[in-house]
Design a protein around this ligand. Structure first.
Ligand code: SF4
Length: 299
């Protein structure tokens, strides 16, 4: 089995999604030093255990590299990753990016660097799409344009994560959103994630829902949604990985560097740093993934 190790480089991002995991959290005080530590870490990772390696933010390609004055260190890191790809120690390189940026200069420079190093085919770009609370009209257009342009120009591989909001479920039920059409249109494949209160806000989901409406799904609506998707022939096992997709994340939680092991047997349904009243259904503390498992057993 491939294990996926992810490093969070920084939290800076210009998009301000209302549900961003980074909301309310402190950033690192010394990003330059952190990058250098990661560059050293890369050399010593146990690649027998981790064959997938990922970087996440924040955002990297919306002016952050210039703004934070980190471009040379960032590319030293990317070159080290490319070396490990060429040595076949890293099999997949996963890069989180919003694709919401007006200027494509930074992402094109990044893609060209990977291409020059012959590492583009091992790279998977991981983006997000949501039917509510992520985009305004202009940012949605930017996202769509970038998805189409970058695929057409470079044939990059793109994975898209969608939060299972109540709004998303209703749009599936009302035939306003079709996952297969979406995948075909944007040359991507979709995975899902359960809604959660941003880590730094210390609120319950009921408190959070007062300002971010239609975010947490009602249990009945979610169950109808998976039933409909199954009737349409959709592979529901895609709903089994709805918490963090990385097996281990080296990140900063409220200003402190942490290595979070996301999937342990005891915490099968929820990341260790979440509470049941901060994730999943608005009207139940049952685990969404457990419901999917029971549903799959039933049919
Ligand atoms: S694009 Fe991602 S990192 Fe940026 S604000 Fe939105 S959720 Fe947060």
């Amino acid at each position: 089995m491939k294990n996926f190790l992810q490093y969070e480089l920084w939290k800076n991002c210009n998009n301000r999604c209302k549900f961003c995991y980074n909301l309310g959290q402190k950033n690192y005080s010394d990003i330059k030093n952190r990058l250098r530590t990661i560059i050293e870490d890369i050399k010593n990772i146990d690649y027998k255990k981790f064959s997938d390696f990922g970087i996440t933010g924040g955002e990297f390609f919306d002016g952050q590299l210039d703004e934070l004055n980190l471009k040379s260190d960032f590319y030293i890191l990317i070159n080290e990753i490319c070396k490990k790809i060429k040595e076949k120690k890293i099999i997949r390189f996963l890069v989180n990016t919003s694709f919401i940026y007006k200027s494509r200069d930074d992402i094109i420079f990044f893609i060209e660097t990977l291409k020059r190093n012959k590492c583009l085919t091992e790279t998977l770009f991981c983006t997000s799409f949501d039917t509510i609370h992520r985009f305004n009209e202009s940012s949605l257009k930017t996202w769509k344009d970038n998805m189409k342009f970058l695929y057409k120009k470079y044939k990059i591989r793109i994975h898209t994560e969608i939060i299972i909001t109540n709004d998303f479920c209703k749009k599936i039920l009302n035939d306003e959103f079709n996952i297969i059409d979406f995948q075909n249109k944007y040359h991507t494949f979709v995975d899902f994630i359960q809604p959660a209160v941003p880590y730094g806000l210390n609120k319950t989901k009921k408190e959070f829902e007062k300002t971010v409406k239609n975010f947490f799904p009602e249990r009945k609506i979610f169950l109808s949604t998976i039933k409909k998707l199954q009737n349409m022939g959709y592979d529901l096992t895609r709903f089994l990985s709805i918490d963090d997709h990385a097996d281990e994340t080296h990140c900063v939680l409220n200003g402190k560097i942490k290595n979070v092991k996301n999937r342990t047997i005891l915490e099968k349904y929820i990341s260790p740093y979440r509470k049941p009243n901060q994730v999943g259904y608005i009207d139940s503390d049952k685990f969404m993934r457990e419901d999917v498992e029971l549903f799959l057993l039933d049919v």
